[in-house]
Design a protein around this ligand. Structure first.
Ligand code: FNR
Length: 360
């Protein structure tokens, strides 16, 4: 067996940076306006230390989990990302195939090539979910839900934190526009809870709301019969000056009280980050930018390698905490602590050096 090309996560980041042009790199790492929400995602995670327990037999670690009736090798979902074709020619197909090969869940964005039917064909056995940006009226949304059901998707997700497209200054400063006029975007701004009620009444497919950031909205979601709460601030790419996702989780976990699974994303770049989320009550963690980085570094194989390294980090973390499965973990393993970094999209990789120039 040959030695793997990538031994650490930061090597994958470095390779991705080498392969991408500046516009596509900025598309991955950027956030909205001051990028405060983006930084807070990392700071929230960096502000938690572990309280490890010792002298328990941890010679066998099982980091798998059950989700939507399936067994996943890790409690991860590849978060919905628009435009994955910018990073790997097969786009969403490459990500879904990596999810299938490794054994994690996949959520396809409605603005990702080659589209929901082709991605379903590329990875028929993956646990696939479909995320929609609303670009039409109720009949248009229903038609998309029907296509997702016909193509075998296991859940339907509405992203609800994107009523307006944010100002991404990395793009604006370079005159690189992704946010040009798009009249259909108005449909996203018009969404209300009555649309959620309508979808729940019409379709049996489990419904997820992505972009929940308060206990109040989590409670409303449960009252509307939503099947899963997806805690997210869109990786700091939408509302600026939001709270870090991990800071939001405790109030959501308290409001949900175990009645539905909770998915969370935003800055989860290391195995330890994922362990913190599960200890604080999440069922599944979404991988956003790191998914783009894995694909850009080495396509499907690069993404699988990234998941392998995360798995090693998770196994070691669990073992050193004195637990051998997720069932043994709870909030007592976490403790507040001052962060040692100032938080940035890639601050989880202290050994990373990128040859960056001033572009703005
Ligand atoms: C996203 N995100 C996103 N979310 C969504 O619901 N639909 C989409 O099409 C996209 N597109 C997208 C593109 C890119 C390049 C990024 C980085 C992110 C948000 C994504 O699903 C997720 O919420 C965040 O990326 C999670 O934060 P991290 O893991 O990137 O820190």
């Amino acid at each position: 067996m040959t030695a793997p090309q990538f031994l650490t996560l930061h090597e994958l980041v470095k390779k991705a940076r080498q392969k991408l042009n500046h516009d596509n790199w900025d598309y991955i790492v950027g956030g909205a306006e001051t990028e405060t929400t983006l930084r807070r995602n990392r700071l929230a995670l960096d502000s938690l230390a572990f309280r490890p327990r010792v002298l328990r037999d941890v010679s066998h670690i099982d980091a798998s989990t059950k989700f939507l009736g399936r067994t996943l090798r890790l409690p991860l979902v590849l978060a919905p990302i628009g435009g994955l074709e910018l990073f790997a020619p097969e786009g969403g197909g490459a990500a879904a195939k990596a999810a299938q090969q490794f054994g994690v869940a996949h959520m396809l964005s409605s603005v990702c090539d080659p589209g929901l039917e082709a991605v379903a064909q590329a990875a028929p056995d993956a646990l696939r979910m479909f995320q929609l940006y609303t670009r039409g009226d109720a009949a248009w949304v229903d038609a998309m839900a029907e296509r997702a059901i016909a193509a075998g998707y296991g859940a339907f997700c509405l992203t609800v934190d994107t009523a307006y497209y944010s100002r991404r200054e990395r793009d604006l400063a370079k005159r690189h526009s992704r946010s040009g006029p798009m009249p259909q975007r108005e449909f996203q701004a018009r969404l209300t809870w009555s649309d959620v009620a309508r979808l729940k009444a019409k379709f049996a497919l489990p419904l997820i709301l992505k972009g929940i950031a308060t206990a109040e909205d989590a409670t409303l979601a449960l009252e509307h019969g939503v099947d899963m709460i997806y805690v997210s601030n869109h990786g700091g790419r939408q509302l600026d000056y939001g709270r870090g996702a991990m800071d939001v989780l405790p109030e959501i976990a308290a409001a949900v009280g175990g009645r539905t699974p909770i998915i969370i994303d935003g800055g989860f770049n290391r195995g330890t980050d994922i362990v913190k989320a599960l200890a604080a009550g999440a069922s599944l963690v979404g991988i956003g930018r790191m998914q783009c980085i894995g694909l850009a570094a080495g396509g499907q194989a690069g993404l699988v390698r990234l998941l392998e390294i995360l798995e090693q980090e998770i196994h070691i973390c669990l073992g050193l905490l004195g637990v051998n499965s997720w069932a043994g973990l709870d909030r007592s393993y976490l403790h507040p602590a001052p962060p040692v970094s100032t938080g940035a999209a890639l601050s989880a990789f202290p050994l990373l050096t990128l040859e960056e120039q001033a572009f703005y």
